[in-house]
Design a protein. Structure first.
Length: 77
């Protein structure tokens, strides 16, 4: 099952703006996400995908792109 549409919808809800980023584009460098929205993103991902994301993983690097988020979620399931 392709999780990308759900991930994009969560990012758009958290960021409050449409996501027009390529799957491998940095969501932080493009200004879609910032350090303040990271916690909200992680919380929404935990709820949507029924995963527990430890505080030690709360780094922008792990959630820098749609592809990175997909890979991270795959590693947690």
């Amino acid at each position: 099952m392709d999780q990308r549409p759900k991930i994009v919808a969560i990012i758009e809800r958290v960021a409050g703006k449409p996501v027009k980023a390529a799957p491998d584009e940095s969501l932080f460098q493009s200004g879609i996400l910032d350090s303040f929205t990271l916690a909200d993103l992680v919380s929404a991902l935990e709820k949507e995908f029924a995963v527990k994301i430890p505080d030690s993983d709360l780094t922008p690097r792990k959630f820098d792109s749609i592809e990175a988020i997909e890979a991270y979620l795959a590693s947690r399931s």
